[in-house]
Write a protein that binds this ligand. Structure first.
Ligand code: TRP
Ligand code: MN
Length: 452
């Protein structure tokens, strides 16, 4: 249960307001924004503290190599696509990847959707100019509309309320699908779709057949545990729009501690990880498990300063470092960071984001990524940990359950000419369903080597 008590903990959550906050939209009316925050504060939390604590224990297991984290979902969710069929497809992709990893490497998989709240984006420029017209950039559906017109691009705090509502509806469906039968391991065949001529689907079919046999064996042997039928699928997003995150932060009456109840797991982006900035300040005050993205410019001293601010006591599972270095730089830039944290001794969970350091422009100007680069970065991440004696704790990927054509490569190869066929992302290119499965098979092989 949560109290609304305006005690010391609740007040401390406002401390970010005294710090520089990067990448905040230019809201046209401060009064409107504060009224929205006050309204959001009256709405129920989306997740509860006990769930965040449980995830923290699972992240701790991943930091020790006793579990592996799979985080995935859209670069930016949109209100329009928060429909049952899109959500179901994304959950199915995550479940199939999780099955491949769990079965292939015999290691528990911590499943986290980049879902139910991933509605805001930091942008490289605050404005965008087309044909002589300059308007605010698209900051995500929680802030403004994607359409290039003044009414649509003007930040509107009512969108924060819609983001909350869409997140609530998405979480409701996630909870229904993951506990109501859809995630049952006797459904592994039903999740598969598409033509078996596709190597990823055919390979999945083989795994599914093996799991079916194992399930029948267990049932025959009298094992029929609830855990075979349900999964925990946690929700996460970038904690970017600070008034929203503040409004959803509630003091847990059991522990007296503040939790950001907009999601189980929140992360700070590469562009907002300034150790003295407002984003670090806010997340330093909440008890959720949290992450920080680290790009190639991060130095060991920056990372240690973040550990000091975000996990001074070294609570296992509290802090995840998500490296997004790029395939060509991961082997060069990551080791010094991993080494510094290893020598410091406070535990962190190391996760690779193999997407954001590998964005390129196709010759037609479309923003894309090569599956080969993405896989190369994951391999580099595993090899860095192997050589330093540390644990690769998980992957963070941008994916969709749909058959989009946004990332180059894959066994049903997407080439530059076929990119426009189904290029639907509002921001960054995502792995499609079959590319996601292909990646899961590769990661399961790498993980098997770690665990043998
Ligand atoms: N509950 C277990 C887990 O989450 C086993 C399980 C049930 C599972 N359904 C699943 C694993 C679907 C992966 C996908 O690991
Ligand atoms: Mn992205």
């Amino acid at each position: 249960m949560f109290t609304d008590a305006d005690d010391a903990n609740a007040t401390s959550v406002r401390a970010w307001r005294d710090r520089p906050a990067g990448h905040q939209p230019d809201w046209p009316d401060a009064g409107d924004l504060e009224a929205t925050v006050a309204y959001l504060r009256t709405l129920p939390p989306l997740v509860f503290a006990g769930e965040a604590d449980r995830l923290q224990r699972e992240m701790a297991a991943a930091s020790r190599g006793e579990a592996f984290v799979l985080m995935g979902g859209d670069c930016a969710e949109s209100f329009e696509e928060a429909t049952a069929s899109h959500i179901r497809a994304k959950i199915r992709t995550i479940l199939q990847m999780a099955v491949i990893l769990t079965y292939g490497a015999s290691v528990p998989v911590v499943k986290i959707g980049r879902m139910a709240g991933q509605y805001s984006k930091p942008r490289s420029a605050p404005t965008e100019t087309r044909d002589g017209t300059t308007l605010p950039s698209y900051f995500g559906d929680a802030v403004n509309g994607h359409e290039f017109s003044r009414p649509s691009r003007t930040p509107d705090p009512r969108r924060l309320v819609e983001a909350y509502q869409r997140s609530a509806a998405t979480l409701n469906l996630i909870r229904a699908f993951t506990t109501g039968g859809f995630a049952d391991l006797d459904k592994v065949h039903e999740w598969n779709k598409g033509f078996m001529a596709n190597p990823a689907y055919a390979r999945y079919e083989t795994v599914a057949t093996e799991i079916d046999r194992a399930m029948r064996f267990m049932l025959a042997a009298g094992v029929n545990h609830e855990s075979l039928r349900t999964v925990d699928l946690y929700a996460s997003h970038e904690a970017l729009i600070l008034p929203y995150e503040e409004a959803l932060t509630r003091v847990d009456s059991r522990t007296g501690q503040p939790y950001d109840c907009s999601a189980h797991f929140l992360w700070i982006g590469e562009r907002t990880r300034d150790v003295d900035g407002a984003h670090v300040e806010l997340l330093s005050r909440v008890r959720n498990p949290i992450g920080v993205k680290l790009g190639p410019s991060a130095r060991p001293a920056d990372v240690l300063a973040l550990v000091d601010r975000l996990n001074p006591e070294g609570t296992p599972g509290r802090l995840t470092l998500i490296a997004r270095m790029g395939a060509s730089t991961v082997q060069e830039r990551l080791p010094a960071l991993v080494e510094a944290v290893r020598d410091d001794g406070r535990p962190v969970t190391w996760v690779t984001d193999p997407m954001h350091g590998n964005t390129i422009s196709a010759s037609n100007g479309m923003k894309t990524r090569r599956l080969a680069d993405i896989l190369a970065e994951i391999r580099g991440f595993f090899s860095v940990h192997e050589s330093l004696g540390t644990k690769p704790g998980g992957i963070h990927v941008e994916l969709t359950g749909d058959d989009v054509t946004e990332v180059l490569g894959g066994s049903e190869e997407i080439v530059e000419d076929t990119l426009p066929a189904r290029y639907e992302t509002l921001v960054d290119p995502r792995l499609n369903h079959q590319q996601s499965l292909e990646m899961a098979f590769l990661v399961s092989e790498m993980l098997r080597d770690v665990h043998l």
